[in-house]
Ligand binder design. Sequence first.
Ligand code: ADP
Ligand code: MG
Length: 326
Amino acid sequence: MPDTDKNNREEFELIRWIQRQAGMSDHLSLGIGDDCAIQTQFADQDLLTSTDLLIEGIHFKREWTSMFNLGRKSAAVNISDIAAMGGTPQSLFLGLGRPKEINDKEIEAFISGFLSEIKTHGAALAGGDTCASPGPLMISVTAQGTVATGDAICRQGASYGDAIYVSGYLGDSALALSLLQKGQRPDRYLRERFHTPSPRVILGQKLSKRQLATSMLDVSDGLLADLGHILVASKVGAELDLAQIPLSKSFQSALKEDAALIDLALAGGEDYELVFTSPLKDLDKQINLDHAVTRIGIVSQTPGLRIRQVNGEIYQCQRGGFDHFA
Ligand code: ADP
Ligand code: MG
C-alpha cells in the first residue's frame, strides 16, 4: 500500500485553497472562513434550500467519470432542485467525506469542477465541511436560492385541463448508464448528458417570473415517477402522448435497434429536465423560454397516469422508477 498520507495535505490547508478558489459573490457578506456564511436577504424574496447526498457506489462510480465532471454533476443536480422551483441559485455548501486514496490533485479537480458549474449559474460556494472517510467518497451538497415571494412553483397546483410540458430530451442519461453497465462506450453527446447534465435554471426562472406554470419539478427519478409526484400532490391524473416524448438523435438511433429502450425515456432518470403543467396550450411555440419545451400530454380528472400510443391503445411501461445501480 502506498503511503497516501503524503498526498493529502492538512485539512485546514485544503480549506484555505478552497476558500481562495471560491472567491466571493454579491449576495454574500461573509463566505468561507467563519462559523457561518452571511447572506443578505431581501424582504420581497423567499429563500429556497435543498440538500442532496451522493455516495460512491450508489450514486456514482469513480471509474466512469473524472473528478472534475463529478464535481460539476454534484453541483448541477442540486442546482436543478432550485431551478425546479423557478429560483435563482445563490449559496452552495459542500460536505466531503474523503477516503484516504483520493489525493489532493483529485480533490482539487473535484472542487474545480464544482466551482465551474456553480459559477455558470452565478452562485457561490459559501461553506461546507471536510472529513476523512473510512469508506466510500461521500458528497453532501446544500443549495440555497431565492425567488420572488410567492412565485416558487411547487408540485401541487396542476389542475384539470392543464397542458403538460417537458424541457429538452428524455432518456439520454439513462441510455448512457445502461451502455456503461454493459461495458460499452456511449457517444460523446450521451456521455455529456450523463456526466455533466445542465440544470434548466433560466427556463425555471422565466416560468416563475411570468407565472406560466401551475406545478413543476425536475426529472431526476424518471418522467413517470416524477410526474407521478405532481399528480399525487395536485390530486389529478394525466394522459401522455407517447409519440410526443422528446428524444435526441442519439436516442432515436438506439431506439431503431431496440424499441424497448423507450422505457428509458419514460422511467430512466437523471435527465435533470423540467416537467411542468400550464393552463397555456402553446408554450412549446414560444421561442423566448431559453430552452425548448415539448407538450407531452394533458392533466385529466381521472386519477392515474396513462400513456396513449398513436393507435389509441394504452402503453404499459415495463420499468419502475429510477433506482441508480439497483
Ligand atoms: P468548523 O470547525 O466551524 O466546522 P471548519 O474548519 O470545518 O470549521 O471550516 C472552516 C471554514 O471552511 C468554514 O467556513 C466552512 O464552511 C468552510 N469549509 C470547510 N470545508 C469546506 C468544503 N468542503 N467546501 C467549502 N467550504 C468548506
Ligand atoms: Mg467543520
